[in-house]
Design a protein around this ligand. Structure first.
Ligand SMILES: Nc1ncnc2c1ncn2[C@@H]1O[C@H](COP(=O)(O)OP(=O)(O)OP(=O)(O)O)[C@@H](O)[C@H]1O
Length: 272
């Protein structure tokens, strides 16, 4: 169970995250939406302890993870793995080693220097890649893969940590619609099959509606919507994004073009 209680993060005089509270029971798939600067990334970084909160508590199964220090804070970080828009892989390193890097902090410097991995870890990494449908890519350099494949490698690296929670910061923002769907399907599968909570910052409404059990809308650091995908009407979305009646949902869509639109580029669709 996740309990976020009155969490605030100030940058100077500005509250990037402003008195945010919500509770999630069980391993839900939670989407956070909102326009640029709403505080979505800051919130995920607070949860993962990449930055400190100015006030508030985040309790996971009763423990306030914002109060953890030193090794306990690092242990928490491996319990809530992070996935980023730009994948954050080591481009020249092979895919299998990138996945193994998910458990880098559990190894000695000497083992790391000589790239020595226990066989059990290597097998686990290959198993995870197999599960995500990219095991044949294991010996290739990460930079040789498509964006969608690279994001799946990043998900595999996260799974190597065996996390309770996966935090995904705009995981499909750099991907074309087809790859975006594969990556979102992968995250949803992990959520449902492994019962790991996923909290994903999403920049498109249709993705939030399609994949999430729960959607949280942020605006200027505050929660302005917290509900189910079917409660996320166009007028509610307009409120979250702070847009007027010219607000066009299609401009926040990543749906895959079909039939009559198949010849048009994705950019054309976004602009239409
Ligand atoms: N390190 C920082 N120093 C100062 N201000 C910051 C810092 N990080 C974020 N902010 C500010 O906090 C606010 C929230 O930023 P944040 O990146 O969390 O928004 P976001 O909703 O994730 O936006 P985006 O979708 O563009 O990433 C913004 O006004 C931003 O300028």
């Amino acid at each position: 169970m996740l309990q976020v209680q009155s969490v605030t993060r100030m940058f100077g005089q500005k509250a990037a995250v402003d008195n945010v509270s919500f509770t999630v029971e069980g391993p839900a798939f939670v989407g956070i939406i909102g326009r640029s600067g709403a505080g979505k990334s800051t919130f995920l970084r607070l949860m993962n302890r990449l930055i400190d909160a100015s006030a508030g508590e985040i309790r996971v199964d009763g423990q306030n993870v914002l109060a953890l220090k030193g090794p306990q804070a690092r242990a928490w970080q491996s319990q809530c793995a992070m996935i980023f828009q730009q994948f954050n892989l080591v481009p020249r390193m092979d895919v299998a080693s990138n996945v193994l890097h998910g458990i880098l902090n559990r190894r000695s410097t000497l083992q790391t220097m000589f790239n020595l991995w226990p066989q059990a870890d290597i097998l686990k990494a290959l198993d995870i890649l197999d599960r995500l449908g990219i095991v044949e890519q294991a010996p290739k350099r990460a930079e040789a893969l498509s964006g969608g494949q690279q994001q799946r490698v990043a998900i595999a690296r996260a799974l190597m940590q065996d996390p309770k929670i996966i935090l995904a910061d705009e995981p499909i923002a750099s991907l074309d619609p087809m790859n975006a769907q594969v990556v979102m399907d992968t995250l949803r599968r992990i959520n449902l099959e492994d019962k790991r909570m996923v909290i994903a910052n999403l920049h498109t409404l249709d993705t939030a509606r399609r994949y999430c059990d729960r959607v949280i809308g942020m605006r200027d650091g505050r929660i302005v919507f917290d509900g189910t995908p079917d409660q996320l009407s166009t007028s509610v979305a307009r409120e979250i994004y702070g847009a007027d009646e010219t607000f066009n949902e299609a401009a926040t869509s990543t749906s895959i073009p079909t039939d009559t639109t198949a010849d048009r580029s994705y950019a054309d669709l976004m602009l239409s």
